[in-house]
Structures are given as C-alpha cells and as structure tokens.
Design a protein around this ligand. Structure first.
Ligand code: BGP
Length: 484
C-alpha cells in the first residue's frame, strides 16, 4: 500500500458564508427595551489626529459615563438590519450561504447587563432572525460578545475589570442557550479576545490615566475574567445542549521576523506567543509558561479564585476560530523588546496593503492555518477575512474586482491548507453586506458583496445593491470552491 492520497477539494459539508456584529449592523439602538452599549457611546471621529484610537474611545466613554453626552451615531444607526433582516438574509440565501455569523447584543436581552429577568422583546428579535435562517437552511454561528458591553456594567463595575461581571455574563449565556440552543450548533464566546490588551473595546474597562504597567495589570486581569467566563459558558453549553459546539475567537496576526538574525526570530516568536496565549488557554486549559514568566517580569499579578484553574482545564473549546486580515513583521529592539509587533505593525516590503495600510498576505493564511492546526489539533474556522475598500456606485452597479481578487487569493490558500491536512470547518468572510467599520465608525470602509446606500453622515436610502462580487461568491459557493 502506498500513501499517495491527499484532499484536493473543500469538504462537501464546508460552511461558506459571511460574518457581522450586532453593533455594526442592527441599529434600533433603543428599540424594544434595548439598553445602551459601550459601542454606542464611544466617539471615534473627534480628536483622532491628537490621540490614538484607544485614547479617543476611553475619553469619550468616560465622558459618556459622566454626563451621557457622547454618541456614536453610526453605531446607533448601523444599516438598520433590525428592520431589514428578512430581506438581507434572503440575499445571503441567494448567494447560497451555508452559514451566517452574527452576534447577540447582550443589552437587547438584559438592558443593564445584570437584570433579573430577560427582555422578551429582545429575545424575540433573534427568534425571528433564526426563523429566517432556518427557512433557507442557513446554519447560524453566534458570537456571544462582539466588542460591546451593556454600558450599565461599565458604569457599575468598570466592565470585565470586575469579577462580578462573570456571573452577569453566565446568566445571559444560560438564558440564550436555553432559548436558542436547539437551533444553534455553533457558538463563539468573545470576539477577538486578544484585543483586550489593546484597549477598552473588548473589555469595557476604562483605564485612562493609569501607567503602562497599571494598564497591563488591569487588562490582563479583565481578560482572566473573560477566560473564566468563556470556560463557564462552554460548560453550560455542553450541559444544556450536548450536540452544540463552542469555539474561541482570536485576531490572529502571524508575525514574521524582520531578518534571519536569531534575535529577530526570537522577538517574532515572543510576539506570536503573546497573540496565541489566549487560544492556548482556551484550548489547552492552562496559562502557558511563557506568560507566567512575562507576568512575573512585568510585575503583573493575576488574581485567581481557587477553582479557576480547574474551570479552565475542564472546559476547553470544541473548535478554534480566528479572524485573518494581515500579517506583520517584528524586529528586536536594542533593549531586547520587540519593535513592530502585532499592535504596531512592522512593514513587509514583499506585501501590498489596503487603503487603510493593512498588509495583504494570502500565503500567510496558509501558514497560519498550518500552524494553528499543528498547535491545537482542533477543527479551525475562519470567521473573518476580507478587504475594506471605498466602492464606487456607477449606474447602479459596483465593479469590485479588487475585492474578488483579494478573496480569491485567500480562498486558494485555504484550499492549499486543506491539502496540507488542515481540518477547516468553514469560512465566513467579514461584512457580506456593507456595515459600519469597527475602527473608523464610518460607512465608507466597505467589505460587502451587497452595497448599502448610506454615507458616513447616515444619509441614503439604505437600499441594498448586489455588487459584482455578489455573483462571484455565489459561483464560488455553488462550485464548493472549485470555480474561483
Ligand atoms: C475585526 C472586528 C470586526 C470588524 C473587522 C474589520 O477586528 O472583529 O468587528 O469590523 O475587524 O475592521 P474594520 O471595521 O475596522 O475595518
């Protein structure tokens, strides 16, 4: 017998689809009893030139808490998916979607995050969304928390910085598992959990005014609470719905060493480990040694309750999901620390970049898939990937060949990785319908196959228009990735 066989096609049950988040599409920010979220009060546009994104976010969040004055209008409007969901899902079905990733707004279910009873009108909205998906046999993939937190919990507890938020979260997750569990097989806990080290958006914890070390202390402690909450939600799901599967979600950014100099290679490995730390805990169930060393060296002390370690080790996730937009380059600095790691992004002369400076690296996706599979041996799911671009609407059409090129190249590399032996469950490209950008809060950074007639100021008919890429993706799904 010879070993002369390897997969050369996408598996027949491969899940093709698209991904969104509540605060970037829904709108209807105070409809049917919904509470405010942090995402709806941070104000991105102002002061951007003077401050970093995180500083702007934190300053406006602090102001909103003090006097409720700041407003993120685009996030409050979204693309009004709340009222267009049926027509939008019909368009996804027309493309042949097998899966649709969306998030539940916690504050639609519990307006203050920790209310005793759930808001029935909020629960009913997601019932309607699920009904619509079922109509077209589109599998839902639900993110429990995507870059937002009920504002009341930030006011009361400073978000995930406080351990008490864990029980508020698990009350919420228990409620939605009980309500939707029978109809939803795939779940994710926290979107891009690692970005909690970058700023408040993922933790809902304000830390402006603290020293760098104090900030790190607060952020990693908040993240510890999220890791425990994630494990507890996984436990609940497995108990309540044994057939369902829980995934973790990482903003994966492979980083290359700037040169073959071992100090650069080591610095790149170090940056990579800090990125993979989160999935390491969620898959392997314990803090990796390199982080214990890092915490000790930085004077960071993670407070754990006696059974935290057991909770983490007994409840690993079932699959590993991640977003993939770019790779970066890391170089060792004179003092041994890394320069140009994930957060700061070193330039790679071999790669082109998007209009927003995101380095486009399809081969990096194959490398990433191989490394993640090798490290975890758990099924992988690419739950975000795509090109943010300014589209031109001409005579009612959008000729977005640049988007098709980007996606085609990435899908080709996914296929290579499958041939390499990687187990890949599916692919939900980011923003199948144009939505509000996370980083800019603008409409004009578009990802979609479907154009939405709305400008940055919120003017427009909200009409949905199929772009050229719409028909292309339809063909890709129909041929199960053969006709690219
Ligand atoms: C990811 C987020 C998404 C999304 C995407 C694109 O980090 O999970 O919410 O928005 O990035 O980013 P942006 O909208 O800033 O272009």
């Amino acid at each position: 017998m010879y070993l002369d066989n390897y997969p050369q096609k996408f598996p027949a049950d491969f899940l093709w689809g698209g991904a969104t988040a509540a605060n970037q599409i829904e709108g209807a920010w105070k409809t049917a009893g919904k509470g405010l979220t942090t995402a709806e009060v941070v104000s991105k546009a102002e002061n951007r030139k003077k401050m970093s994104m995180d500083q702007v976010d934190q300053a406006s969040l602090a102001a909103a808490i003090a006097d409720q004055t700041t407003t993120n209008y685009p996030k409050r409007r979204g693309i009004d998916f709340y009222h267009h969901y049926a027509a939008d899902i019909k368009l996804f079905a027309e493309m042949g979607f097998k899966v649709f990733r969306f998030s539940i707004a916690w504050s639609r279910i519990f307006p203050n995050g920790d209310d005793q009873t759930a808001n029935e009108a909020g629960l009913a909205f997601y019932d309607r969304v699920l009904d619509e998906l079922a109509k077209y046999q589109i599998e839902p993939l639900i993110t429990l928390s995507h870059y937002e937190m009920p504002l009341a919990l930030t006011q009361k507890y400073n978000g995930w910085a406080d351990r008490r938020v864990i029980s508020a979260f698990t009350h919420y997750t228990e409620t939605v598992f009980k309500r939707y569990g029978k109809r939803v097989k795939y779940w994710l806990t926290f979107n891009e959990i690692n970005t909690g080290t970058w700023g408040f958006h993922a933790t809902g914890a304000i830390d402006q005014g603290l020293t760098k070390n104090e900030q790190l202390q607060l952020r990693y402690q908040a993240l510890h609470h999220q890791l425990v909450a994630s494990a507890l939600a996984t436990k609940q799901l497995h108990q309540l719905v044994p057939t369902a599967q829980m995934g973790c979600m990482l903003a994966r950014m492979q980083t290359y060493p700037a040169t073959p100099n071992p100090v650069d290679v080591q610095a790149a490995q170090d940056a990579d480990q800090k990125n993979l730390f989160f999935t390491d805990v969620q898959v392997r169930g314990e803090y990796p040694g390199f982080m214990n060393r890092y915490f000790a060296e930085q004077g960071i002390k993670i407070t754990m309750q006696p059974d935290d370690q057991q909770i983490l080790s007994e409840n690993p996730v079932d699959f590993v999901s991640f977003s993939y937009y770019m790779t970066t380059v890391t170089q060792a600095a004179q003092d041994g620390t890394a320069v140009g790691n994930m957060a700061t992004g070193g330039r790679n002369p071999y790669l082109q970049e998007s209009a927003w400076g995101w380095q486009i690296d399809p081969i990096g996706l194959r490398i990433t898939l191989n490394e993640m599979w090798d490290r975890y041996q758990k099924p992988l799911f690419i739950v975000e990937n795509g090109l943010g671009a300014v589209d031109k609407l001409e005579d009612g059409k959008v000729h977005d060949s640049y988007r098709i090129d980007y996606l085609r190249q990435h899908i080709e590399q996914m296929k290579e990785a499958i041939s390499d032996g990687v187990k890949l469950l599916g692919y939900t490209m980011w923003g199948p319908i144009d939505l509000i950008s996370f980083s800019t809060s603008e409409m004009s950074k578009r990802y979609g196959f479907i154009y939405v007639d709305q400008d940055d100021q919120g003017h427009g008919s909200l009409k949905r228009i199929r772009k050229d890429s719409f028909y292309w993706y339809q063909k890709v799904i129909k041929s199960n990735g053969e006709d690219l």
